[in-house]
Design a protein around this ligand. Structure first.
Ligand code: SF4
Ligand code: SF4
Length: 478
């Protein structure tokens, strides 16, 4: 299209405020249910008590000082960081799997940006009224009423943003104590920086930018199309049915019955525009699939309500696939599982999730390793004895102190020397390195060339390990 010579082209388009209409229906109910559940989990979880020997009695907590993360009975240390990497892979595979099946449904129902924006829109509606009242308020000049209503709305936005930020910080300490410290000025400086930063970012993203975050910032909206297939379920307007041969027309004159409309070549869309009014990203789904659509289904609820009220069949806008829509008589929309991509993602998800679960279940409360010091591999002492040295590393993955005893099996008595470390105390999340040496007479080397280190936790008797080791000397091969 050629640019109008008189109108300069602008690279920046001013945002038109989106004033949404409230809608009722099953997708709205589902969205509200997910919102309530997500908020309940996020805001209540730091307050859930959990008994632990270590004294951090909070179900989910990041212990920054102890460098560990508590998730109910699981303690995660920096050495378990690969679990996080695994979790991110699983989340990415799950997102791809969902997109291939049902388009951007994750964005529409589960994304933090969508959830918080949705709640901010509910606040706006409660304070300023339904859509007509809000449109009127938007257009009217700044007077006392407008200042009060807009001011209260933004005050409530800021309170919610502040509480969102504070809750996030409460995950990094014992919530009742940390909250008291935050409000009495005794919390660490980092807590205040985090609260201020997150309050502002929540307010800017969910109250001011809203759909622009999905449109301009989130990369997922841009690359999702590569995961779409003709069988993917997306929110679609049934063009043929809605437009007929001569396009859509309002419910006016003789055009009030379906038969009359069809006879005149018009479709079922009565051009009420309600599907556009309810859309949180401000698009018209009748223009076809658009990257800005977050698949929230609110336009489906809106159109179904309209169709029901005029006595036309529901489903003019629905979740359906491109392949089904192309048929002369489309089938009932359904999820299409039997596809290479879907099966591939399912296999990847199952494998990665199983491996993560197995890895977590098989974790013990401690880790150990025994390394032979190889430079030099052995030393001949002035007494004629031969000495080998070993480095034993013990890591405590439990949430309490552990004491270990290191012994041997298969060596003559008194040949193992641990210096002063007869018992080894290891603090939670920490590792201790123990230097061990074994001294043998040359004539003992052949008999004792293979032996075991025996590691026994004195804190938890079931934690016991035997590690094979070898003794090297010039006589080893003899
Ligand atoms: S077009 Fe429909 S499904 Fe897409 S964002 Fe708007 S209301 Fe949601
Ligand atoms: S809600 Fe349905 S009938 Fe109304 S404009 Fe949208 S598609 Fe047409």
């Amino acid at each position: 299209m050629e640019a109008n010579a008189e109108e300069p082209m602008h690279l920046y388009e001013k945002r038109m405020p989106i004033v949404t209409r409230w809608v009722q229906g099953k997708f709205r109910n589902f969205k509200s249910g997910v919102l309530a559940l997500a908020f309940a989990i996020y805001f209540l979880l730091p307050w859930l008590p959990w008994h632990r020997l270590s004294g951090i009695n909070q179900a989910v907590a990041f212990d920054m000082v102890g460098r560990r993360f508590f998730i109910f009975d699981l303690v995660v240390y920096p050495q378990n960081v690969f679990w996080l990497a695994w979790l991110l892979f699983i989340a990415a595979a799950f997102l791809f799997f969902m997109t291939t099946l049902v388009g951007r449904a994750f964005c529409g129902y589960f994304c933090f940006q969508t959830l918080w924006t949705d709640f901010f829109m509910i606040i706006e509606r409660v304070v300023q009224g339904e859509r007509p009242a809000r449109l009127k308020l938007l257009k009217q000049p700044w007077n006392a009423e407008k200042i009060l209503k807009v001011g209260v709305t933004h005050l409530l936005y800021l309170i919610l943003a502040f509480w969102t930020a504070t809750t996030f910080v409460l995950y990094f300490g014992y919530a009742p104590e940390l909250l008291k410290h935050i409000f009495t000025g005794q919390a660490a400086q980092a807590s205040y920086i985090a609260v201020i930063g997150l309050t502002l970012s929540t307010y800017i993203a969910a109250a001011l930018m809203r759909e622009q975050v999905c449109q301009y910032i989130c990369p997922y909206g841009r690359f999702q199309s590569v995961m779409y297939e003709p069988e993917t379920l997306v929110v679609t307007y049934e063009y043929k049915r809605g437009e007929g041969e001569k396009g859509r027309v309002g419910m006016k004159g003789d055009m009030k019955t379906r038969d009359a409309r069809q006879a005149a070549g018009h479709g079922d869309c009565i051009d009420c525009g309600i599907c556009v009014q309810v859309c949180p990203v401000g698009i018209d789904i009748r223009d076809g699939l658009q990257y800005r659509c977050i698949s929230c289904g609110l336009c489906i609820d809106a159109c179904n309500g309209v169709m029901g009220s005029v006595g036309f069949p529901k489903g003019l806008i629905r979740y359906d696939s491109e392949i089904n829509m192309k048929k002369d008589n489309p089938d009932k929309p359904h999820l299409s599982w039997k596809r290479l991509k879907v099966v591939g993602y399912m296999i990847a998800l199952t494998l990665m999730t199983s491996m993560l679960i197995i890895s977590i279940m098989r974790r013990v409360d401690y880790e150990y390793s025994v390394q032979q010091i190889r430079q030099p591999l052995y030393v001949v002492l002035s007494s004629g004895k031969i000495r080998n040295r070993y480095e034993i590393r013990l890591t405590n993955d439990a949430d309490v102190d552990q004491v270990f005893h290191i012994g041997e099996s298969g060596l003559p008595e008194g040949s193992l020397d641990l210096g002063l470390m007869k018992q080894v105390l290891v603090h939670p999340g920490h590792s201790v390195m123990v230097d061990a040496s074994v001294e043998l007479d040359p004539d003992q080397v052949k008999q004792y060339k293979d032996f075991k280190f025996v590691i026994q936790s004195l804190t938890n008797q079931k934690d016991h390990a035997e590690v094979n080791a070898s003794f090297f000397s010039e006589n080893k091969s003899s």
